[in-house]
Write a protein that binds this ligand. Structure first.
Ligand SMILES: Cc1cc2nc3c(=O)[nH]c(=O)nc-3n(C[C@H](O)[C@H](O)[C@H](O)COP(=O)(O)OP(=O)(O)OC[C@H]3O[C@@H](n4cnc5c(N)ncnc54)[C@H](O)[C@@H]3O)c2cc1C
Length: 192
């Protein structure tokens, strides 16, 4: 591997890889991804791959729609696609499971598909933090995806690549700075 580069990305999950891809599309020079284990070793290798499209936050809905279009057009753009299916989504709590199981008897027992352990990064308001380090030029971070980082990864890659390339925060991610916690301006949204 070359010992010098223009952009060094830490972490070979969907966030790092998408940012690397979008930097490459912008022709931002030599881009390297440093991964301590293997690509997809973190949450990205374990996620369910669900792209939600119904949330109570206009920005988040737009960002998810952009990402869904990216995944749908992957084959056209890069010659190799992934299957994308429109499907329903049911979040069952302990309270509704007994009722639902009257119509869907298999829900009474549930089943364990597989088990694993990994870090699940959660921000205080459940929204990502896309920012750069204050006082130290050239260091950017994207974290706190709170269980939705796969669905946002194309959007995050595009906006972080723009942020890094131009050095100015894109308007699209204005509300995703870490300062919102310092200023008590957390984002209000919900999944239903
Ligand atoms: C069970 C589960 C189900 C999920 N389902 C969905 C879903 O349906 N839809 C959805 O949108 N999201 C889902 N998510 C969330 C989604 O998977 C994550 O938000 C997303 O994968 C985060 O990607 P990431 O690249 O930011 O982090 P990660 O995938 O965790 O990648 C971080 C990488 O950094 C590497 N690393 C760490 N430290 C260093 C270091 N010092 N040097 C070099 N490398 C380092 C790690 O090895 C890892 O590979 C789910 C998550 C889990 C756990």
């Amino acid at each position: 591997m070359a010992s010098t580069c223009d952009v060094l990305i830490g972490g070979g999950g969907v966030t790092g890889l998408s940012t690397a891809l979008h930097l490459a599309l912008r022709k931002c020079g030599r881009i390297r991804v440093l991964e301590r284990h293997y690509v997809g070793a973190g949450q990205s290798g374990r996620g369910a791959g669900i792209i939600r499209s119904m949330v109570r936050h206009a920005g988040l809905s737009r960002w998810q729609a952009e990402s869904a279009r990216f995944f749908q057009n992957l084959g056209e753009q890069f010659g190799e696609g992934i299957p994308v299916h429109a499907a329903g989504y049911l979040l069952a709590t302990d309270r509704i499971t007994p009722r639902a199981s009257m119509t869907l008897p298999w829900m009474r027992q549930g089943f364990v598909h597989r088990t694993f352990a990994c870090t699940y990064d959660y921000s205080p308001d459940g929204m990502p933090i896309l920012d750069r380090l204050e006082g130290l030029a050239g260091i950017y971070f994207a974290a706190g995806f709170s269980g939705g980082g796969f669905s946002l990864s194309p959007f995050v890659g595009r906006t972080m690549a723009e942020y890094i390339a131009i050095g100015r925060r894109p308007d699209d991610i204005a509300e995703l700075s870490w300062q919102r916690f310092r200023d008590g301006k957390t984002i209000q949204w919900s999944n239903n």
